[in-house]
Design a protein around this ligand. Structure first.
Ligand code: ADP
Length: 195
């Protein structure tokens, strides 16, 4: 069984993913896998350099800050990069999931689980939610970005409410409820459904 995990930027997806991992759930983090592929796939690196310019690669390594600046300021470039990268992440996920056959379920964490249609490959979806002002504050602190830069990234994603409406399980990370208790309840519910 595949459980998707998503939420708006700064909602607390990564934090929630870590709690599931502590419970023993294998979690595939799409962002980490994307970075690994970007660092190790020379064919992809070459294609991206053709798309984004020769400055993309410095000393044999993709400059991710340069890449983010390019793709977050140009929607068509973002889509072209996604079209190159996403299929590779999808293949990596399938390989990884096959190795986790002893687990009752695996989790796939992705910021753009809905936007990329990856949710269609998931049996159930967990959405982490928090108010926009709080998400903005958390991301500015975490990533040292300006409010404008964070808002620009938020605009590239579906609104949080649209994600919430598609959740099988909603995790409230407004700071008022225990994250750990909510995650344990969801975990137990998923496990009981797999027996
Ligand atoms: P996402 O992966 O959805 O972008 P993160 O899990 O990285 O979000 O959370 C964004 C930032 O907010 C991180 O620095 C994280 O430590 C912090 N954070 C997340 N949840 C809480 C919370 N309940 N209370 C305080 N800080 C939090």
């Amino acid at each position: 069984m595949i459980i998707g995990l998503t939420g708006g930027i700064g909602s607390g997806k990564s934090t929630v993913a870590k709690i599931f991992q502590h419970l023993g759930v294998p979690v595939f983090i799409a962002d980490e896998e994307s970075k690994r592929i970007l660092d190790t796939d020379p064919i992809l690196q070459n294609r991206l350099q053709n798309l984004l310019g020769k400055d993309l690669i410095k000393a044999g390594v993709i400059d991710k800050v340069y890449m983010a600046q390019k793709i977050f300021s140009d929607e068509s470039l973002l889509q072209e990069v996604n079209a190159l990268l996403h299929p590779l992440v999808g293949i990596a996920f399938k390989h990884w999931a096959l190795q986790q056959h002893n687990a009752p379920y695996v989790m796939r964490e992705a910021a753009i689980l809905f936007e990329s249609s990856t949710y269609k490959d998931c049996d159930k979806i967990v959405v982490v939610t928090a108010p926009e002002s709080l998400r903005l504050e958390r991301v500015m602190r975490r990533s040292n970005l300006s409010a404008e830069a964070v808002k620009a990234r938020m605009k590239k994603q579906w609104p949080q409410e649209r994600k919430d409406a598609m959740a099988d399980y909603l995790v409230d990370n407004s700071g008022e409820k225990s994250l750990i208790k909510q995650v344990i309840a969801i975990h137990e519910n998923i496990i009981s459904g797999t027996k």
